[in-house]
Design a protein around this ligand. Structure first.
Ligand code: SAM
Length: 256
Protein backbone atom coordinates (compact mmCIF):
# COMPACT_ATOMS: atom_id res chain seq x y z
CA UNK A 1 0.00 0.00 0.00
CA UNK A 2 1.29 3.49 -0.85
CA UNK A 3 2.47 5.45 2.18
CA UNK A 4 1.08 9.00 2.45
CA UNK A 5 3.84 11.22 3.92
CA UNK A 6 2.96 12.47 7.42
CA UNK A 7 3.74 16.13 7.99
CA UNK A 8 3.81 15.84 11.78
CA UNK A 9 6.74 13.40 11.50
CA UNK A 10 8.63 15.66 9.07
CA UNK A 11 8.40 13.04 6.33
CA UNK A 12 10.29 14.08 3.18
CA UNK A 13 11.65 10.97 1.50
CA UNK A 14 14.94 11.09 -0.41
CA UNK A 15 14.36 10.24 -4.05
CA UNK A 16 17.61 11.34 -5.74
CA UNK A 17 19.95 8.37 -6.17
CA UNK A 18 23.00 10.59 -6.79
CA UNK A 19 22.43 12.25 -3.40
CA UNK A 20 21.93 8.87 -1.73
CA UNK A 21 25.19 7.59 -3.29
CA UNK A 22 27.02 10.68 -2.05
CA UNK A 23 25.70 10.17 1.50
CA UNK A 24 26.71 6.50 1.55
CA UNK A 25 30.17 7.40 0.20
CA UNK A 26 30.54 10.03 2.93
CA UNK A 27 29.54 7.52 5.64
CA UNK A 28 31.75 4.80 4.09
CA UNK A 29 30.16 1.95 6.11
CA UNK A 30 32.40 -0.99 7.01
CA UNK A 31 31.17 -4.53 7.72
CA UNK A 32 31.75 -4.47 11.50
CA UNK A 33 30.34 -0.98 12.10
CA UNK A 34 27.60 -0.49 14.70
CA UNK A 35 25.40 1.61 12.43
CA UNK A 36 22.20 3.23 13.70
CA UNK A 37 19.85 5.07 11.35
CA UNK A 38 17.40 7.63 12.74
CA UNK A 39 14.14 7.93 10.76
CA UNK A 40 14.62 5.30 8.02
CA UNK A 41 11.18 6.01 6.57
CA UNK A 42 10.66 3.98 3.42
CA UNK A 43 14.30 2.81 3.48
CA UNK A 44 15.88 5.03 0.79
CA UNK A 45 19.15 5.23 2.74
CA UNK A 46 18.62 1.99 4.67
CA UNK A 47 18.89 -0.24 1.58
CA UNK A 48 22.27 1.00 0.29
CA UNK A 49 23.63 0.95 3.85
CA UNK A 50 22.57 -2.67 4.28
CA UNK A 51 24.50 -3.59 1.14
CA UNK A 52 27.66 -2.43 2.88
CA UNK A 53 27.18 -3.75 6.45
CA UNK A 54 25.71 -6.92 7.95
CA UNK A 55 23.48 -5.35 10.56
CA UNK A 56 21.65 -2.10 10.95
CA UNK A 57 19.61 -0.69 13.83
CA UNK A 58 16.86 1.70 12.74
CA UNK A 59 14.78 4.01 14.94
CA UNK A 60 11.38 4.95 13.51
CA UNK A 61 8.43 6.58 15.27
CA UNK A 62 5.82 5.95 12.56
CA UNK A 63 4.03 2.70 13.39
CA UNK A 64 3.17 1.87 9.76
CA UNK A 65 6.71 2.46 8.53
CA UNK A 66 8.17 0.46 11.44
CA UNK A 67 5.87 -2.45 10.52
CA UNK A 68 7.14 -2.36 6.90
CA UNK A 69 10.77 -2.24 8.05
CA UNK A 70 10.25 -5.26 10.34
CA UNK A 71 9.71 -7.41 7.23
CA UNK A 72 13.46 -7.15 6.61
CA UNK A 73 15.23 -9.62 8.95
CA UNK A 74 18.58 -7.83 8.58
CA UNK A 75 17.16 -4.82 10.42
CA UNK A 76 16.83 -4.34 14.16
CA UNK A 77 13.80 -2.04 14.30
CA UNK A 78 13.35 0.20 17.33
CA UNK A 79 9.85 1.68 17.12
CA UNK A 80 10.26 4.77 19.30
CA UNK A 81 10.68 8.51 19.50
CA UNK A 82 14.43 8.96 19.00
CA UNK A 83 14.44 11.54 21.81
CA UNK A 84 13.70 8.74 24.28
CA UNK A 85 16.28 6.28 22.94
CA UNK A 86 19.17 5.22 25.16
CA UNK A 87 22.14 5.29 22.77
CA UNK A 88 24.53 4.17 25.51
CA UNK A 89 22.53 0.95 25.90
CA UNK A 90 22.57 0.42 22.12
CA UNK A 91 26.33 0.91 22.08
CA UNK A 92 26.82 -1.51 24.97
CA UNK A 93 24.69 -4.10 23.17
CA UNK A 94 26.84 -3.74 20.03
CA UNK A 95 30.09 -3.68 22.01
CA UNK A 96 31.41 -0.54 20.31
CA UNK A 97 30.71 3.15 19.77
CA UNK A 98 27.87 3.85 17.36
CA UNK A 99 27.94 5.39 13.90
CA UNK A 100 24.68 7.34 13.84
CA UNK A 101 23.22 8.44 10.50
CA UNK A 102 19.96 9.78 9.14
CA UNK A 103 17.95 12.14 7.05
CA UNK A 104 16.47 13.73 10.15
CA UNK A 105 12.98 15.11 10.74
CA UNK A 106 13.82 18.84 10.57
CA UNK A 107 11.25 19.90 13.18
CA UNK A 108 13.26 18.16 15.93
CA UNK A 109 16.80 18.20 14.54
CA UNK A 110 18.21 20.49 17.26
CA UNK A 111 16.68 18.42 20.12
CA UNK A 112 18.14 15.30 18.45
CA UNK A 113 21.60 16.93 18.30
CA UNK A 114 21.37 17.77 22.04
CA UNK A 115 20.03 14.31 22.94
CA UNK A 116 23.09 12.77 21.25
CA UNK A 117 25.44 15.32 22.81
CA UNK A 118 24.33 14.07 26.25
CA UNK A 119 25.41 10.54 25.24
CA UNK A 120 28.38 11.45 23.06
CA UNK A 121 30.66 8.95 24.82
CA UNK A 122 28.64 6.21 23.05
CA UNK A 123 29.19 7.73 19.59
CA UNK A 124 31.94 7.16 16.99
CA UNK A 125 30.53 9.64 14.47
CA UNK A 126 27.33 11.17 13.07
CA UNK A 127 26.26 11.89 9.47
CA UNK A 128 23.01 13.78 9.09
CA UNK A 129 20.90 15.48 6.46
CA UNK A 130 19.54 18.65 8.06
CA UNK A 131 18.06 21.97 7.15
CA UNK A 132 20.98 23.93 5.63
CA UNK A 133 20.37 26.85 7.98
CA UNK A 134 20.86 24.59 11.01
CA UNK A 135 24.11 23.16 9.61
CA UNK A 136 25.37 26.71 9.00
CA UNK A 137 24.71 27.51 12.65
CA UNK A 138 26.50 24.32 13.73
CA UNK A 139 29.70 25.11 11.81
CA UNK A 140 29.76 28.92 12.20
CA UNK A 141 32.93 30.61 13.47
CA UNK A 142 33.15 33.57 15.85
CA UNK A 143 32.26 36.84 14.15
CA UNK A 144 29.81 35.16 11.78
CA UNK A 145 26.12 36.06 12.01
CA UNK A 146 25.20 32.36 12.46
CA UNK A 147 27.60 31.86 15.40
CA UNK A 148 25.56 31.24 18.53
CA UNK A 149 24.55 28.82 21.27
CA UNK A 150 24.29 25.83 18.91
CA UNK A 151 27.77 26.49 17.43
CA UNK A 152 29.43 26.69 20.87
CA UNK A 153 27.59 23.74 22.43
CA UNK A 154 28.41 21.41 19.53
CA UNK A 155 31.90 22.63 18.57
CA UNK A 156 32.97 22.20 22.20
CA UNK A 157 32.48 18.43 21.75
CA UNK A 158 32.63 17.71 18.00
CA UNK A 159 34.65 18.38 14.90
CA UNK A 160 31.88 19.47 12.48
CA UNK A 161 31.97 19.70 8.70
CA UNK A 162 29.33 20.70 6.15
CA UNK A 163 29.88 18.11 3.40
CA UNK A 164 27.48 19.18 0.65
CA UNK A 165 24.19 20.95 0.03
CA UNK A 166 21.02 19.29 -1.24
CA UNK A 167 18.17 21.08 -3.04
CA UNK A 168 14.47 20.54 -2.18
CA UNK A 169 13.86 18.63 -5.47
CA UNK A 170 15.89 15.69 -4.12
CA UNK A 171 12.98 14.84 -1.80
CA UNK A 172 9.41 13.65 -2.19
CA UNK A 173 7.52 15.72 -1.17
CA UNK A 174 10.09 18.57 -1.44
CA UNK A 175 10.65 20.54 1.81
CA UNK A 176 10.34 24.35 1.74
CA UNK A 177 14.00 24.78 2.73
CA UNK A 178 17.45 23.86 1.42
CA UNK A 179 19.26 20.97 3.07
CA UNK A 180 22.84 19.99 3.77
CA UNK A 181 24.73 16.90 4.89
CA UNK A 182 26.92 17.30 7.95
CA UNK A 183 29.61 15.11 9.52
CA UNK A 184 30.14 15.32 13.29
CA UNK A 185 33.08 13.51 14.89
CA UNK A 186 33.47 13.65 18.68
CA UNK A 187 36.77 15.27 19.70
CA UNK A 188 39.12 12.72 21.29
CA UNK A 189 40.12 14.94 24.21
CA UNK A 190 37.45 17.58 24.84
CA UNK A 191 38.09 20.02 27.69
CA UNK A 192 36.35 18.87 30.87
CA UNK A 193 33.37 21.02 31.73
CA UNK A 194 29.87 20.50 33.11
CA UNK A 195 27.62 20.69 29.99
CA UNK A 196 24.72 22.24 31.95
CA UNK A 197 26.99 25.06 33.18
CA UNK A 198 28.33 25.73 29.68
CA UNK A 199 24.75 25.68 28.37
CA UNK A 200 23.58 28.20 30.96
CA UNK A 201 26.57 30.48 30.35
CA UNK A 202 26.11 30.48 26.58
CA UNK A 203 22.35 31.01 26.85
CA UNK A 204 22.91 34.11 28.99
CA UNK A 205 25.73 35.38 26.74
CA UNK A 206 23.67 35.11 23.55
CA UNK A 207 20.40 36.30 25.11
CA UNK A 208 21.05 39.77 23.64
CA UNK A 209 23.70 39.17 21.03
CA UNK A 210 23.97 42.83 19.92
CA UNK A 211 24.84 44.08 23.42
CA UNK A 212 28.26 44.09 25.05
CA UNK A 213 28.72 41.14 27.38
CA UNK A 214 29.12 43.35 30.43
CA UNK A 215 25.39 44.12 30.20
CA UNK A 216 24.34 40.48 30.06
CA UNK A 217 27.05 38.10 31.20
CA UNK A 218 28.60 40.65 33.60
CA UNK A 219 25.54 40.77 35.83
CA UNK A 220 25.12 36.99 35.70
CA UNK A 221 28.76 36.37 36.65
CA UNK A 222 28.31 38.71 39.63
CA UNK A 223 25.25 36.72 40.71
CA UNK A 224 27.34 33.54 40.51
CA UNK A 225 29.86 35.15 42.85
CA UNK A 226 32.42 34.63 40.09
CA UNK A 227 35.66 36.53 40.00
CA UNK A 228 36.50 35.80 36.39
CA UNK A 229 39.20 37.55 34.39
CA UNK A 230 37.14 37.65 31.22
CA UNK A 231 37.00 40.49 28.72
CA UNK A 232 33.38 41.63 28.84
CA UNK A 233 33.92 44.49 26.39
CA UNK A 234 32.95 42.20 23.53
CA UNK A 235 29.76 40.88 22.02
CA UNK A 236 28.82 37.23 22.55
CA UNK A 237 29.43 36.47 18.87
CA UNK A 238 33.09 37.57 19.11
CA UNK A 239 34.12 35.09 21.83
CA UNK A 240 35.71 31.83 20.63
CA UNK A 241 34.43 28.46 21.85
CA UNK A 242 37.52 27.70 23.94
CA UNK A 243 37.05 30.91 25.97
CA UNK A 244 33.45 30.02 26.82
CA UNK A 245 34.60 26.54 27.82
CA UNK A 246 37.43 27.89 29.97
CA UNK A 247 35.06 30.31 31.72
CA UNK A 248 32.49 27.56 32.36
CA UNK A 249 35.24 25.29 33.73
CA UNK A 250 36.37 28.10 36.04
CA UNK A 251 32.78 28.49 37.29
CA UNK A 252 32.63 24.69 37.80
CA UNK A 253 35.69 24.74 40.03
CA UNK A 254 34.38 27.77 41.98
CA UNK A 255 30.97 26.16 42.55
CA UNK A 256 30.28 24.97 46.14
N1 SAM B 1 15.32 8.35 5.80
C1 SAM B 1 14.13 8.52 4.99
C2 SAM B 1 14.52 9.08 3.63
O1 SAM B 1 15.62 9.68 3.56
O2 SAM B 1 13.78 8.96 2.69
C3 SAM B 1 13.08 9.39 5.68
C4 SAM B 1 13.51 10.74 6.16
S1 SAM B 1 12.21 11.77 6.77
C5 SAM B 1 12.94 13.39 6.55
C6 SAM B 1 12.29 11.63 8.54
C7 SAM B 1 11.94 10.27 9.12
O3 SAM B 1 12.04 10.34 10.55
C8 SAM B 1 10.52 9.78 8.82
O4 SAM B 1 10.55 8.43 8.47
C9 SAM B 1 9.77 9.98 10.15
O5 SAM B 1 8.69 9.12 10.33
C10 SAM B 1 10.89 9.75 11.15
N2 SAM B 1 10.68 10.44 12.44
C11 SAM B 1 10.05 11.63 12.67
N3 SAM B 1 10.07 11.95 13.96
C12 SAM B 1 10.74 10.94 14.60
C13 SAM B 1 11.09 10.69 15.96
N4 SAM B 1 10.76 11.55 16.93
N5 SAM B 1 11.74 9.54 16.25
C14 SAM B 1 12.09 8.66 15.27
N6 SAM B 1 11.77 8.84 13.96
C15 SAM B 1 11.13 9.97 13.62
Amino acid sequence: MKHIPRKRFGQHFLADTAVLDAIVRAIDPQPGDALVEIGPGLGALTQPLLERCERLTVIEIDRDLAARLRRNPALEVVEADVLTVDFRALSEARGRPLRVVGNLPYNISTPIAFHLLEQVDAIADQHFMLQKEVVERMVASPGHKDYGRLSVMLQWRYDIELLFEVPPEAFEPPPKVDSAVVRMVPLPKPPAVEPARLGELVTVAFSQRRKLLRHTLGRWLEQQGADAAFDLHRRAEEVPVHEYVALAAQLDSAAP
